[in-house]
Structure formats: C-alpha cells, structure tokens
Design a protein around this ligand. Structure first.
Ligand code: NDP
Length: 291
C-alpha cells in the first residue's frame, strides 16, 4: 500500500545513523541501564527488544531485573547507584511497575541527565520551555519523527490527539505545537464531546487510547495523515499465542481515505525503541569527546 508509513524502515534508518555516530567516538560505548521489576510478560518482551536493538547499534545495555516484591526503598537505592555511576549514560525503568510502587516518584528519582524516557518533571518542564537539551518522551518523539520523515506538512495544520496521558498525549501535544512544527493542536479524551466531529477536522489525527475501533472512517477527513499509537490484543484462534495485535484505528476502512497511515504492528512501536536509543546516544555524546 503506497500510503503506508513503514515504522520499521524509518527506525532502521535512525539505527544506522546512531551506529555511525557511535563509531565516530573514541573509548567506551554508550550504556543504557534497563530496569525491570517483576515478570509482566509485555515488560519482559519490551526490555528484551530494547536490549537487542541496543546491541545491534553498538550500545551496551545493562539489565537490572528485580523481583515483584521489591520495595520502593530498594528500587530507589538501585536508581541512586545508577545515577552515580559515570559509566551509565541512560536509565530506563520499564512501566508498568507493580501496583505497590509509585511510578511517578520513580521516574522523578532518575537523574534528569539520564532520564531518557523523558518522564521526570525536569524533562517535561524543559519540553514546555522548548529547551533542546530535554530528553523527550520516546513515543511522542518517535511519532514526530515519523511525521517529519514521511514528508507530512505540520505548519499551520490542524492536529488532533486522542489521549492525554503523560507518556503519549500530553508531551505529543507540546511537540506538535512547538515553534518550527507549528501545528494547531486539539487534545481529546474520554470526556470530550463530539469526538467524531473534532477528529473529522484533523489534517493529522493521532490516536493513543488503547481501544480497538476508536477511530472509524466517518471520523477521518479525506487525505488526512493518521497515526495509530494503540496496541490492543484481540483473541485470534489462528495465532499460536491466541491473540493478535491491532491498533485503535479501523485500518481497513480508514486507510483508503488517508494520505498516510501507520500500521499496527510496524508503525509507532519501532520508533519508540529508536528514540530510546537516540536519547541514549544524545546523553553519551553530551559528555564524550568526538574523534
Ligand atoms: P492511557 O490509558 O494512560 O491513556 C488513554 C487515553 O485515552 C486517556 O487520556 C483517556 O481519557 C483516553 N480515552 C479512553 N477512552 C476514550 C474514548 N472512548 N474516547 C476518547 N478518549 C478516550 O494510555 P497510554 O497513553 O499509556 O497508551 C495509549 C495506547 O497507546 C495503549 O494502547 C498503549 O498500549 C499504546 N502505547 C503504545 C506505545 C508504542 O510504542 N506503540 C507506547 C505507549 C503506549 P481520560 O484521560 O479521560 O481517561
């Protein structure tokens, strides 16, 4: 399909660019510390994927796997050690954390200079200030990169984001409205009235809800660019796993109306990992002399 945005291909380009940057530096490799608490199956697979991509690019990843029973004090102590370790450039705490742990306090415990997830108040504040030294949350940063590299015009265009979470919707809205990107942004959520009418005005429509068929064809303007962030498991007897992944968008009905559209899987997902690597290299290069 000619209007498909291939997230795997664009992520691959970014990996190659990062590998070239790393090859240009003397001495040690960049290093990301991956922290996983408990045995959530999705978290296991996300951390494994991040570790694999890091190795392919030339980034060292150090796995820190803690038991489900880990206390906040034990997790904080690990983060303090990683914050103080000069050989660690980047720290990623895989969400979701077990319910007894305070996720936002944990994100804020990570040093802002190593917070490559961009979830700390320091980096979210810098994003508001359009400070280029900020680490921007990986999924929103990846979405903007997909849009830019696919040649989609943002300046003066109407962008509608469905979802207002701290990890996707809010930082994405800030990125889209920042100077140089210059979109006119609306953010919708579960209390929004006339969702379909608001979406139908979008030149760029981004759904980050986590519910299949949230975006149907009647909600999409002819020629719009549609970015599907949602990852939803639906039962599928033909699959060995018993499920398949779909996004928030009714892809079959919506795709023919779009100038561009991302698939699920293979759209936003690979870009999230690519941006984690990009932020890790950014942290590394900020303190490492070039050849
Ligand atoms: P959250 O549950 O934190 O946020 C979902 C948002 O959707 C909320 O703002 C909620 O509104 C809104 N919402 C829920 N129902 C509706 C509705 N019927 N109409 C309009 N808005 C609605 O999810 P996340 O932001 O963490 O993730 C969203 C999706 O993106 C998930 O499927 C997740 O798996 C996926 N994801 C994918 C990533 C990737 O790399 N591809 C990375 C991160 C997330 P309200 O605030 O009012 O509750």
């Amino acid at each position: 399909m000619s209007n498909l945005i291939d997230g795997n291909q664009i992520a691959g380009q970014i990996h190659a660019e990062l590998a070239a940057k790393i090859a240009n530096v003397k001495g040690r490799r960049p290093c990301v510390a991956l922290v996983r608490v408990g045995e959530d199956p999705a978290s296991i697979s996300y951390v494994a994927k991040k570790s694999k991509v890091a190795a392919e690019i030339g980034i060292e990843s150090r796995l820190n796997i803690l038991p489900e029973s880990t206390s906040q004090a034990e997790l904080d102590a690990l983060l303090d050690r990683l914050n103080a370790d000069d050989t660690v450039d980047a720290i990623l705490v895989q969400a979701p954390l077990p319910k007894h742990l305070d996720e936002q306090a944990t994100f804020n415990r990570v040093s802002p200079q190593k917070d490559v997830d961009g979830f700390s108040f320091a980096n979210l504040g810098k994003l508001c200030q359009e400070d280029k030294s900020a680490f921007t949350a990986c999924t929103p940063a990846g979405i903007l990169e997909l849009i830019k590299r696919s040649g989609v015009e943002t300046r003066g265009k109407r962008a509608v984001v469905i979802g207002r979470s701290l990890i996707v919707g809010k930082p994405l809205a800030l990125l889209l409205m920042q100077k140089g990107v210059d979109a006119t942004v609306s953010v919708c959520h579960s209390r929004s009235e006339n969702l379909a009418a608001v979406c139908a005005e979008a030149d760029i429509l981004i759904s980050a809800v986590g519910r299949p068929n949230t975006v149907t064809a009647d909600m999409v303007k002819e020629g719009a660019c549609v970015i599907d962030v949602g990852i939803n498991r639906i039962p599928c007897a033909e699959k060995k796993s018993g499920y398949r992944l779909v996004g928030d968008v009714d892809f079959e009905a919506v795709a023919p109306k779009c100038s561009k559209i991302t698939p699920v899987p293979g759209g936003v997902g690979p870009m999230t990992v690519a941006m984690l690597m990009s932020n890790t290299v950014k942290s590394f290069l900020s303190k490492t002399p070039q050849k």
